[in-house]
Design a protein around this ligand. Structure first.
Ligand code: FAD
Length: 327
């Protein structure tokens, strides 16, 4: 058990408890979102001792040297003096919803227009904040353009607090607060001839849409293979748009995959990652993007590596599942 000191008050962490869990248990309001050390909503600083290295994964070198860490994955190893991130260091943007459209029975496209200019890479994500502070991460589905618009594909989850609010209550004209764009799962210019493999399940297609349109816009000359999976054909979306892109660009290949029994024409039976990784024999020299369910992402990461992809060329966004007992 370690003692955590924040603003002059001291709290004792319980075994197997993260810094975030200790503070929330003590009714200290700490912003938080993904709970897997990605979204940076709960970023804090240790004023005295270095935090555990595992709580600093994904932070840049300056942040690491300044003892910043993700409170949600920090299991304290000693007593720590904590500081909250000064509010001026967290940049928030206001945006207005300008379009809302169902893409499938449970995935809605939301387009927002930001009040200020936004710099981002296709495939990054932002944290969306509701007025009461509830925060969730959503991937940007479009490429950067001059119009300051961002598109999101948000899947409704049974009992999902944020996703149900988006589906049921957010309307055209509503305003939303956004964090600055984050994440390293994005298109990189500079290796235009490198073949790209993109695998997504459900709304995991969102960041892949942005990456594909950016790659094509930047005249990526290497082959681009997209495998999008769902259990049911009604869960596949933007099928016509992807087919049209494949007709227009001879280096873009699109394979819609259905893991259920009910396979329809022009789709392939099987889970997207199984189909993709059995179709492409050798991934040496490829760049791989994996987005969607954490099990698919983690499993495919390992298989892509075993098929020859270099670890530095595998980019992934697991749409984390927060277990009810850690909420
Ligand atoms: C980097 C990143 C990018 C993301 N991008 C997108 C995106 O583009 N589109 C999108 O729809 N989602 C995306 N997500 C997931 C999103 O942030 C939320 O986790 C999701 O919308 C659930 O929030 P909720 O408040 O509705 O559900 P909660 O109230 O948090 O959870 C309700 C129930 O659903 C379960 N649950 C939580 N998350 C998931 C999940 N992803 N799949 C299945 N069950 C779950 C929980 O265990 C709980 O039982 C992303 C996540 C991350 C970390």
């Amino acid at each position: 058990m370690s003692k955590l000191t924040l603003n002059g008050a001291t709290f004792t962490s319980q075994p197997n408890e993260t810094v975030l869990d200790t503070l929330l248990r003590e009714n200290i309001q700490i912003p938080n979102g993904c709970r897997q050390g990605i979204c940076q909503s709960c970023l804090m600083r240790s004023v005295d001792v270095p935090p555990p290295v595992s709580a600093q994964v994904g932070l840049n070198q300056t942040q690491q040297k300044q003892n910043y860490f993700h409170a949600c994955v920090c299991y304290p190893e000693q007593d720590m003096m904590l500081a909250l991130l000064e509010s001026e260091q967290t940049i928030f943007i206001t945006a207005r919803v300008i379009q809302k459209q169902l893409l499938t029975v449970d995935i809605v496209r939301v387009v927002v227009e930001c009040d200020t200019e936004l710099t981002f890479f296709a495939g990054q994500f932002v944290n969306l904040l509701r007025d009461d502070g509830l925060t969730r991460s959503y991937s940007i589905a479009n490429r950067p353009q001059a119009d300051n618009r961002l598109e999101f594909h948000i899947r409704r989850l049974p009992n999902g607090q944020f996703s149900n609010w988006v589906h049921d209550e957010l309307v055209v004209g509503s305003t939303l607060t956004l964090s600055e764009p984050k994440g390293s799962c994005h298109y990189l210019s500079g290796s235009e001839a490198q073949p790209l493999l993109l695998i997504g399940t459900g709304s995991g297609l969102a960041p892949l849409c942005g990456i594909i349109s950016d790659a094509l816009e930047q005249s990526h000359s290497g082959d681009i293979h997209l495998f999008h999976g769902s259990s049911h054909h009604k869960g596949l979306y933007l099928v016509d748009e992807m087919r049209e892109l494949a007709t227009k660009h001879t280096n873009f290949y699109y394979t819609p995959c259905l893991s259920g029994d009910n396979v329809i024409a022009d789709t392939v039976q099987g889970r997207a990652h199984d189909v993709a990784l059995s179709t492409i024999e050798n991934l040496k020299g490829w760049r791989v993007y994996l987005c969607g369910h954490p099990d698919m992402v983690n499993h495919s990461k390992r298989l892509a590596y075993l098929k020859g992809a270099s670890i530095k060329d595998i980019y992934a966004d697991a749409f984390h599942v927060i277990s009810p007992d850690t909420k």
